[in-house]
Design a protein around this ligand. Structure first.
Ligand SMILES: [Fe+2]
Ligand SMILES: [Fe+2]
Length: 333
């Protein structure tokens, strides 16, 4: 299989089994795919054979120091973000680790929010590099600075969501692949990926309670507030003055093919094609990675796909549904 798996793979390296078990459990429950290693001498061999999106690395281990291992990992695989696991008394080593290229460090005893914030921030930086940079964007300092600010806000929004964190990253990754399949020109791809990544940025104005509720549980007042998020998002992206079409795409990501969506009740091809595409992908992801989901992943995936099929022609553009389903079925199994 080529390309990035839907579930981010995290390699956890710590000589203490209890630590790798705790971290594996936390990350597994949050939709990551953890792989625990208790013997640090195996790490480089494993990295030769398997691909990971992130490494959690203990700073203090017998036989080899975490810093030495970090240096070797960075030499061989500079693209993989590494977060150090530190304990009391390792502050100095943690600073050295950051100089050697570690993304961040988390401290024992663990705080779940701290871990997830750190992991999500590292992954979203990496995804942004892969996706936007994959388009060979000539990024000026201004551009990256602005994107970093928005990304940080987005991470906070995603911590308080009824969807497992990483929604925007997953959506933009799929949308980029689909845009490439459709042979979109470079400028269209860039606007599309940016819009996909920031489609829900307008949720920054919603209370975290509201963000955590599934849409089906909203009262009338809550719904009105919620339905403003595409407009708020459009304004934020427009204010950046970096993108042409992205603001409009964000505004229309909740329109429906039958004209019953929001905010403008656009219908059919009146809705920008990019918004029609994002809408299919983002609803798929919201069902597939619902936080309250108690079913297995396979059931969630089937549920998401049947929702798309059932609502093709009413909620969604049938062509986009067909395209997405054929793409996702050929993707990661
Ligand atoms: Fe949305
Ligand atoms: Fe969304």
């Amino acid at each position: 299989m080529k390309g990035e798996p839907v579930k981010p793979r995290v390699l956890i390296v710590d000589d203490e089994e209890v630590i790798t078990t705790v971290l594996s459990t936390i990350l597994g429950a949050w939709g990551f795919e953890p792989r625990a290693v208790n013997d640090p001498s195996e790490v480089l061999r494993i990295l030769e054979k398997e691909e990971f999106d992130l490494i959690l690395l203990d700073i203090r281990m017998p036989e080899i120091s975490g810093l030495e291992l970090l240096e070797r990992i960075k030499g061989l695989h500079p693209g993989i973000p590494v977060i150090m696991i530190t304990a009391v008394g390792t502050a100095e080593a943690a600073v050295k680790a950051l100089k050697l290229g570690a993304e961040d460090f988390i401290t024992k005893p663990f705080d779940q929010d701290e871990i997830l914030n750190s992991v999500n921030a590292a992954l979203s930086r990496r995804r942004r590099e892969e996706e936007l940079f994959g388009l060979e964007v000539d990024l000026s300092g201004e551009f990256t600075g602005a994107l970093n600010v928005i990304d940080t806000i987005l991470n906070q929004i995603e911590m308080d969501s009824y969807i497992i964190p990483g929604h925007s990253g997953r959506v933009s990754r799929h949308v980029l692949a689909l845009g490439r399949m459709m042979d979109f020109p470079y400028d269209t791809l860039l606007e599309l990926v940016v819009a996909a990544r920031f489609h829900d940025i307008g949720k920054v104005f919603l209370s975290s309670d509201l963000r955590r509720k599934p849409v089906t549980a909203f009262g009338v007042r809550e719904r009105t507030k919620y339905e403003n998020h595409p407009i708020a998002g459009e304004k934020l992206i427009r204010d950046l003055k970096l993108f042409q079409k992205a603001p409009e795409i964000v505004r229309h990501h909740h329109e429906r093919w039958d004209g019953k969506g929001f905010p403008d009740q656009l219908k059919g091809e009146e809705i920008p094609m990019e918004s029609r595409l994002i809408s299919v992908v983002e609803v798929y992801d919201a069902i597939r990675f619902a936080r309250h989901d108690t079913q297995g992943h396979l059931q969630a995936e089937n549920l998401a796909l049947s929702f798309l099929k059932e609502n093709s022609g009413s909620m969604f553009d049938p062509d986009m549904v067909r395209l997405f389903i054929s793409y996702i079925q050929s993707e990661v199994k």
